[in-house]
Design a protein around this ligand. Structure first.
Ligand code: ATP
Ligand code: MG
Length: 384
């Protein structure tokens, strides 16, 4: 008899033609997430199993697996060699303090002598003997006791299901370049895209010395926390000071943010092209601030047309974004009060409904191309 962890994959993509590919990537992601532990991970008769781990590590292993995109749930199970009396003994020893339960027997091993229904009733009876508080309810149950009798002579008995992240396996949807500020939204945006299978690289624009070394460290820390879900992240630290100073000097103040965003996009598109990122990701959210009206977003969009921009949070309420941010562990770091480059030279009245024509006209007052090339040459790369 031993304790093992049974894993369940998402149903949807397992049915498609790409099943083999998705499964292979997911298995490799699971292996990576378990690298620090001494344990075995394998697939046998259609079940994915983690076994032979130190029981002291069990909760840590579960915590890791819960963050692997593509896993929908897992259960700690007791594995035994299939034997009627042994199964009954284990079932007899179970005690629950809930109200309704059911027993489900899965008899994959057709040589097992008792039919599923009959065995379910028998095992249910044993549980009732030992739990006078319980009642059987096949539809509305608090506890489902599953007895999974496999073809290979092993049986798994389990009583609880632990939810995992779901989503699609990381690295099955190409790579995206996340515009990572120090705020609450952009880390959540990156997490959301990774949950759809997209690997992440990130770019941060800093205005040192207007923004501090601490502000930079905060962004590195955010990216580091994100790696819990998003895998390794290559972080591009892009100097933005000179660009901001030039915009401040030459362009109409109400267009400051608009032009900054457009230049950020142009730089991001170049980095994305060079690093094989298929999309740019931002934490923008409709209506949240002046730079996030539909007109502002449109003007930002048309600054470059090489790389599509994904905005997974566009229709989210702030409270929902905050909830996710707390869950993934970035919130406490995001709210640290260090200045962002967007708060430097902030105009009193930013334009709320810019037009492309006016924005292009303002932008033409600086030598954008030269400034962009200079910034690109001075990017610092941090591997997390
Ligand atoms: P966040 O909480 O992510 O900072 P926000 O609500 O503060 O978002 P803005 O500051 O307008 O909104 O930024 C919108 C998006 O632009 C951010 O989510 C991020 O993707 C990108 N962005 C803003 N500032 C930077 C920066 N300094 N470096 C990289 N990306 C940035
Ligand atoms: Mg911000």
């Amino acid at each position: 008899m031993k304790r093992v962890i049974l894993l369940r994959f998402g149903e949807l993509y397992l049915k498609g033609k790409n099943r083999g590919y998705f499964e292979k990537v997911l298995m490799s992601n699971i292996k990576t997430s378990l690298m620090q532990f001494k344990c075995k991970f394998y697939k046998v008769t259609g079940r994915y199993i983690v076994s032979d781990y130190d029981e002291m590590d069990e909760s840590l292993i579960i915590e890791k697996l819960q963050k692997v995109f593509g896993l929908v749930s897992l259960s700690v199970a007791t594995e035994i060699e299939t034997d009627i009396d042994e199964i009954k003994n284990i079932i007899k020893s179970l005690k629950f303090d809930c109200k309704f339960f059911r027993v489900s027997v899965n008899r994959a091993d057709k040589t097992f002598p008792i039919k599923s229904n009959a065995f379910e009733k028998e095992l249910g009876g044993l549980i009732l003997n030992n739990n006078s508080n319980l009642k059987v309810n096949l539809k509305n149950f608090d506890k489902e006791i599953t007895v999974d009798i496999r073809e290979n002579g092993l049986t798994y008995i389990l009583t609880d299901k632990i939810e995992c992240e779901g989503g699609m396996p990381l690295k099955t949807a190409g790579k995206g370049l996340l515009l990572l500020s120090g705020g609450i939204d952009s880390p959540v945006a990156g997490y959301m895209m990774s949950k759809r299978g997209m690997a992440i690289e990130a770019i941060h624009f800093h205005s040192f010395p207007y923004t501090s070394e601490l502000a930079k460290q905060k962004v590195i820390k955010l990216a580091k926390i994100m790696t819990n879900y998003c895998g390794n992240i290559k972080l591009y630290m892009c100097p933005f000071t000179k660009i901001q100073e030039e915009i401040h000097k030459h362009c109409a103040p109400e267009f400051m943010i608009t032009i900054m965003r457009r230049i950020m996009m142009k730089i991001a598109a170049k980095v994305a092209n060079q690093s094989n990122c298929k999309a740019i990701i931002t934490g923008e959210n409709l209506g949240q601030v002046a730079s996030q009206t539909v007109e502002s977003i449109t003007v930002t969009n048309f600054s470059q047309t090489n790389v599509p921009i994904f905005r997974p949070l566009i229709a989210f309420d702030k409270k929902d974004i905050i909830n996710i941010s707390r869950k993934i562990g970035t919130y406490e770091t995001s709210i640290l009060p260090y200045e962002d480059c967007c708060t430097v030279f902030l105009p009193k009245n930013p334009v709320i409904k810019p037009t492309i024509k006016k924005a292009e006209n303002e932008e033409s007052k600086i030598n954008a191309e030269e400034l962009i090339n200079l910034a690109l040459q001075n990017i610092q790369i941090i591997e997390l």
